[in-house]
Design a protein around this ligand. Structure first.
Ligand code: SF4
Length: 356
């Protein structure tokens, strides 16, 4: 990571820096504002939306509260989603006894010194961040927002794990700050959700979205491209259904295989084949083209840990993948939402059937 001001590192670059320079620190900082996104109007990026809203770049600080997951601990199931390993996207900070307050302090110290940023969003990403008593959730969220630099809160969770009591806690915080829920849906198709062992159906997502939107809380849908058995038409249908539900944001990325997962087994026995880069590019543009121009795009590419990634290896060239995606958008004069008026049947022409 070179650390030039205005040149933003990937998750893994930030992680590598932190581990190298602060061995005791296991905070993962996720950099939101990417220079190329800021300058590119072909889709509504999270970085540009945050800049519009706050008047300057805002960065997410990834927090690990160690809340676990009902799809792993036996409450709903064991083993979790087929692509999820035991870390549950976690950084291990909680396991190492680093409190939320300390995670925030370390991340702010690092990011503000290195990138001169002054505003941050607390992002509870690992595992299921509403999977606790509301009083405990209130304490965790409040701790994350103690410092005046914290202008927002983002909570990643399962849509079947958001009781009204948890939403009430978040609604109180939304009086003074930006608050968004990031619901993992991945696909709107029941057969896919079953195949990936999500442990919930699409109805749980739509119910959670309805209850969340009744409050002052924004909703982001987390979708995955290239799930087992899905065609591009399936992915586009998911995008259309979530946009019809009124979500304000979409986090989108292609599926990748990590070690020690059920998906790795499917990959090794040949029952799952990841997207090639060109298939991924095609699917990304098809889905982005089906989303309304107002939808904020929180992510378009994957950022796997190099040491955990089994396939596809092309994802390791994160910057190159991103550049090629942007170049293709330019070549096609692509705009987010541009396929919404395409004739019926357009999606079928894009169909790439995935192996199951
Ligand atoms: S819901 Fe999230 S943490 Fe739980 S198993 Fe699935 S991906 Fe992992």
């Amino acid at each position: 990571m070179n650390g030039r001001q205005g040149d933003y590192p990937s998750d893994n670059e930030a992680r590598a820096y932190l581990l190298k320079n602060q061995p005791a620190c296991y905070i993962i900082t996720y950099v939101v504002a990417m220079k190329s996104q800021d300058m590119d109007p072909r889709y509504r990026s999270l970085s540009s939306w945050l800049k519009e809203r706050f008047g300057e770049p805002v960065r997410k600080i990834i927090l690990d509260a160690g809340l676990g997951c009902p799809n792993r601990d036996g409450t709903l199931g064991f083993g979790g989603c087929v692509y999820c390993n035991a870390r549950g996207s976690g950084a291990g900070a909680h396991e190492r006894g680093i409190l939320i307050r300390e995670q925030v302090d370390r991340a702010i110290e690092f990011l503000s010194a290195r990138y001169h940023c002054r505003k941050f969003i607390a992002y509870f990403q690992s595992f299921t961040n509403t999977y606790a008593e509301p009083s405990h959730l209130a304490k965790l969220y409040a701790e994350a927002l103690e410092r005046p630099e914290m202008v927002g809160l983002a909570v990643g969770t399962r849509p079947d794990c958001v009781p009204d009591e948890a939403l009430n806690v978040l609604e109180d915080l939304a009086d003074e700050r930006l608050v968004w829920m990031e619901y993992g849906l991945q696909s709107v198709h029941p057969r896919t959700l079953k195949l990936i062992n999500r442990g919930h159906g699409p109805e749980a997502f739509f119910d959670a979205v309805t209850r969340t939107r009744q409050r002052k809380i924004l909703v982001v849908a987390h979708l995955i491209l290239g799930l087992p058995g899905e065609s591009v038409a399936d992915m586009v249908e998911t995008a259309i259904r979530v946009s019809e539900a009124g979500v304000e944001g979409v986090k989108l990325h292609p599926l990748y295989v990590v070690r020690s997962t059920a998906l790795e087994q499917m990959y090794q026995d040949g029952s799952y084949r990841p997207l090639t880069e060109s298939e991924s590019l095609e699917a990304t543009l098809a889905v982005l083209g089906a989303l309304p121009p107002r939808t904020v795009i929180h992510r378009l590419t994957s950022d796997p840990h190099a040491e955990e990634l089994v396939a596809p290896l092309w994802m390791l060239d994160r910057r190159g993948v991103r550049n090629r995606l942007l170049k293709e958008m330019g070549r096609k004069d692509f705009r987010q939402g541009s396929l919404r008026s395409a004739p019926v049947g357009h999606e079928r022409r894009l169909e790439v059937k995935r192996s199951v």
